[in-house]
Ligand binder design. Structure first.
Ligand code: EAX
Length: 360
């Protein structure tokens, strides 16, 4: 456990319950910024500890910028979280979901959580580096070997270190959820090697590592909030974008994109963040229920995406997209083109990235 994590958190995680800390005044934070809440030992997202009579009546607004359709991963997370929290508090705590980016894009939502005008949001790690720079260390090209590697890193000490940095700026990360391995789509041509991106206007998230990576690949990257992407592609403002299948298909990008390469060039984590002073103001018992529900929703959402992978691809195919699979594109060429990114950020992220690579 990294030194510096608050003793309260050690107690919370070790005891696997806040009851032991029940005597602690609610205003004390019971989280030291760990992103790895004690994994709930049951799928119900943690048991009600000692009944809900002592739970405060409160409504928590949760926003996300993805559709509220039945194949939308963040909506799956949010509805599972709502189900668990409302069940485990006997309805005393209400979760109000705001989908479809109705409260703005992801960077705006994280900013709103930070200043407290929004309680919580599910976001990709994309814009998070603007609040906790260390988060950008997760956004490097071809960094994670596979999802198991990503989960081990995110749910362990390295994820906790980034969450601790987030907490220092007023944002508590209750869980590292999943966005997924990102793929390139565009309207001009099949993308087999970096040269095929030459001159293409590719939308990226507001993330300096992603921007620099697509510059290195030869594209003309354009940072943009997800809420603008569909119309920007429809109007030709950008030629393409890159996203996991869990975004491309529910957002119906296949209606305005012809080509997709299953490049998996970045693994994109997601986070479920809540305003720190709001969270610290909750009773220890409610904090435990929220942490357990977030952990269970994280596991549920990861499985949800895995179960839909083939269906996402089939939907894109049936909608007329021309798809290049991972074995049909030149991954080695893209990895070679990524080397200057690692050199450029060696001083800032080199040590942390080595810890990620060393995580087996
Ligand atoms: O988090 O902005 C993006 O491309 C994200 O992948 C999307 O909003 C889901």
């Amino acid at each position: 456990m990294k030194k510096g994590i608050s003793l309260a958190l050690v107690g919370l995680l070790a005891a696997g319950s806040l009851v032991g800390c029940g005597s602690k005044p609610a205003e004390q934070s019971s989280t030291g910024g760990s992103s790895q809440p004690a994994p709930s030992n049951n799928s119900s997202g943690g048991e009600k500890s000692g009944g809900s009579s002592s739970i405060e009546e409160v409504t928590i607004a949760v926003a996300h910028a993805t559709p509220d359709s039945e194949t939308s991963h963040y909506h799956a997370f949010a509805t599972k979280f709502k189900e668990l929290v409302e069940k485990n508090t006997d309805g005393k705590v209400k979760i109000e979901i705001h989908p479809n980016g109705e409260l703005g894009g992801e960077r705006e939502a994280v900013e709103a959580v930070q200043i407290g005008t929004l309680d919580a949001t599910i976001t990709s790690s994309g814009p998070v580096g603007n609040f906790a720079p260390l988060s950008n260390a997760f956004d490097f090209p071809f960094l994670f070997r596979d999802k198991a590697h990503a989960y081990k890193v995110l749910d362990g000490e390295l994820g906790a270190e980034v969450s601790k940095q987030l907490e220092s700026v007023g944002i508590v990360n209750l869980a590292w959820a999943e966005n997924g391995f990102r793929n390139i789509t565009n309207n001009k041509r099949p993308i087999k090697k970096p040269e095929d991106l030459q001159g293409l206007k590719i939308r990226t998230m507001e993330n300096k590592v992603h921007l620099d990576s697509f510059k290195e690949f030869g594209a003309a990257p354009t940072p943009m909030a997800i809420t603008e992407v569909f119309t920007s592609m429809q109007q030709g403002v950008v030629d393409g974008e890159e996203n996991p299948l869990s975004v491309i298909v529910p957002q119906k990008f296949y209606e305005v994109q012809k080509y997709m390469t299953l490049s998996g060039h970045f693994y994109s984590p997601a986070l479920f963040v809540i305003n720190k002073s709001k969270f610290d103001g909750f009773s220890p018992e409610l904090q435990k229920i929220l942490i357990d529900a977030a952990t269970a929703s994280r596991d549920y959402e990861r499985e949800f995406i895995a179960n839909l992978e083939d269906k996402y691809i089939q939907t894109a195919k049936d909608s007329g997209m021309e798809i290049l699979t991972a074995s049909e594109y030149d991954q080695a060429a893209f990895q070679k083109a990524s080397e200057p990114i690692y050199k450029k950020y060696e001083a800032e992220y080199g040590e942390f990235i080595q810890k990620i690579l060393d995580t087996k």
